[in-house]
Design a protein around this ligand. Structure first.
Ligand code: UT7
Length: 329
C-alpha cells in the first residue's frame, strides 16, 4: 500500500483590528518611520484588544480553517498549538482552543519553538499522519506578542505584532502536500532572545516586575548573524532530501523578522523578489504566525498553481530553525 501524505487542506488567519503604525510608535519611543522601515521593512503591525488572547485569536482562525475544509470540529483528532505567548503557563492554549471550538474528540498540546513553531508543528503533523496515528490535525500558530513587549524599549517594540493562523492537515486530499522537512536547534544561544521571568527559574516577584523581566528581551544584532546562515543550512538539507534544486522553487515563504534577512536569503538561492511572500510591511513579526499568515495571503492571490513547489523557512528563539517543502496538488 502506498504511504499516506500529509496535506494542508485549508489555511486561514485572524489579525486583530487595531493597527499600530510606525508613526504611532514615535510617540512612545525615540524612533522614526524612516529608521523602522529601512532597517526592518515594517510599516505597521496589528495589536490585539485587551479581551483578545492567544486562544481566542487561534480559535477564530481555526473556525475559519475548518469551514474552508468543510469539516466539523468533531472531525479533528489532534490540535497542536505553536505559541510563545500562551494564555497561561498551564493549561495549554491548545486545550483552551479545543474547548472554544468544541473539538471534543481531539487531543491537544502546545509546542514551544518560538518563531520556528509552525515549521516544527508541520514536521510533527507529517510524522503523525504518515504513521497513521492521526488522520486530521489542526495546527494553530497564535501570538499576542504585545502582552510581552516593553513599549519603552525601542529594540523590541518596533518589531513585533499580534496575529494567528490555523491549518487543517489531513491524510491525502487536495492542497499543499508536505514533501520534506528539516529542523535544527542550538540551546547554546538561548540567551539571545528570551522572556527571563515568569518561569520557575525566575518566578514572578515585585522585583522581576519592576525590572520588566517578564518582557521579551532580544539581542537583534547577534540574532541577525545566525538567522540567514541557519535558514540557508535548513533549506539546503530540505531540498537535498527531496532531490530538488533551488531553481525549481516557485515560492519562498520565509519567517518575517526583517526584510534584510529575507532579501539576503532569497539572494543566496537566486529567488526573485516577486516569488517571495512578504507580509512584514503590514503585520511585522508575529513570531510563529508569520509563515502561515504569509502562506494564506499568497494563496489568496490565486497564484499557487498545481505542482508548484513552496518552500517555508523559519528561525527564532531557542535558537530554533527549520525548512519545509510543500507541493501544490
Ligand atoms: O523573530 C526571530 C528572531 N529575531 C530576529 O531574527 C531579529 C534579527 N535582528 C534584526 O532584525 C535587527 O537586528 C533589528 C531590526 C532588531 C535591529 O537592527 P540593526 O540594524 O541590527 O540595529 P542595531 O541594533 O545594530 O542598532 C543600530 C543603531 C543603534 O544606534 P547607534 O548605537 O549606532 O547610535 C541603535 O541604538 O540603531 C539604533 N536603534 C534604533 N534607532 C531608531 C535601535 N533600534 C532603533 C529604533 N529606532 N527602533
Amino acid at each position: 500500500m502506498a504511504k499516506s501524505s500529509a496535506v494542508i487542506n485549508s489555511i486561514a488567519s485572524y489579525l486583530p483590528e487595531k493597527t499600530l503604525t510606525n508613526h504611532d510608535l514615535t510617540k512612545l519611543v525615540d524612533t522614526s518611520d524612516e529608521w523602522i522601515f529601512t532597517r526592518t521593512g515594517i510599516r505597521e503591525r496589528r495589536i490585539a484588544a485587551d479581551d483578545e488572547f492567544a486562544s481566542s485569536m487561534g480559535a477564530k482562525a481555526a473556525r475559519k480553517a475548518l469551514e474552508q475544509a468543510h469539516l466539523s470540529p468533531l472531525d479533528i483528532d489532534l490540535i497542536i498549538v505553536s505559541t510563545m505567548t500562551p494564555d497561561y503557563l498551564s493549561p495549554s492554549t491548545a486545550a483552551l482552543i479545543q474547548r472554544d471550538i468544541g473539538a471534543t474528540r481531539a487531543a491537544a498540546v502546545d509546542i514551544g519553538a518560538a518563531c520556528s513553531g509552525f515549521v516544527y508543528g508541520l514536521t510533527m503533523v507529517k510524522a503523525f499522519i504518515e504513521s497513521s496515528i492521526y488522520s486530521t490535525i489542526l495546527l494553530v500558530s497564535t501570538e499576542k506578542n504585545s502582552a510581552f513587549v516593553d513599549y519603552t524599549d525601542r529594540n523590541t517594540c518596533v518589531i513585533f505584532g499580534d496575529g494567528a493562523a490555523a491549518c487543517v492537515i489531513s491524510r491525502d486530499g487536495h492542497g499543499l502536500r508536505i514533501k520534506t522537512t528539516h529542523l535544527g536547534a542550538s540551546g547554546e544561544e538561548s540567551d539571545l532572545i528570551q522572556i527571563p521571568a515568569g518561569g520557575c527559574r525566575l518566578p514572578a516577584s515585585s522585583t522581576s516586575f519592576d525590572d520588566k523581566l517578564h518582557c521579551l528581551q532580544m539581542n537583534g544584532k547577534e540574532l541577525f548573524k545566525h538567522a540567514v546562515r541557519r535558514m540557508e543550512e535548513a533549506i539546503n538539507i530540505c531540498l537535498k532530501a527531496a532531490d530538488v534544486p533551488a531553481s525549481s522553487l516557485r515560492w519562498l515563504v520565509p519567517h518575517q523578522a526583517n526584510i534584510r534577512i529575507i532579501d539576503a536569503l532569497a539572494k543566496r538561492f537566486s529567488i526573485p523578489e516577486d516569488r517571495v511572500a512578504i507580509t512584514i510591511d503590514m503585520f511585522a513579526n508575529t513570531s510563529s504566525s508569520t509563515i502561515p499568515i504569509a502562506l494564506e495571503k499568497l494563496q489568496q492571490t490565486g497564484q499557487i498553481a498545481s505542482s508548484d513547489l513552496v518552500l517555508l523557512t523559519a528561525f527564532g528563539g531557542g535558537l530554533t530553525w527549520g525548512a519545509t517543502l510543500l507541493e501544490a496538488t
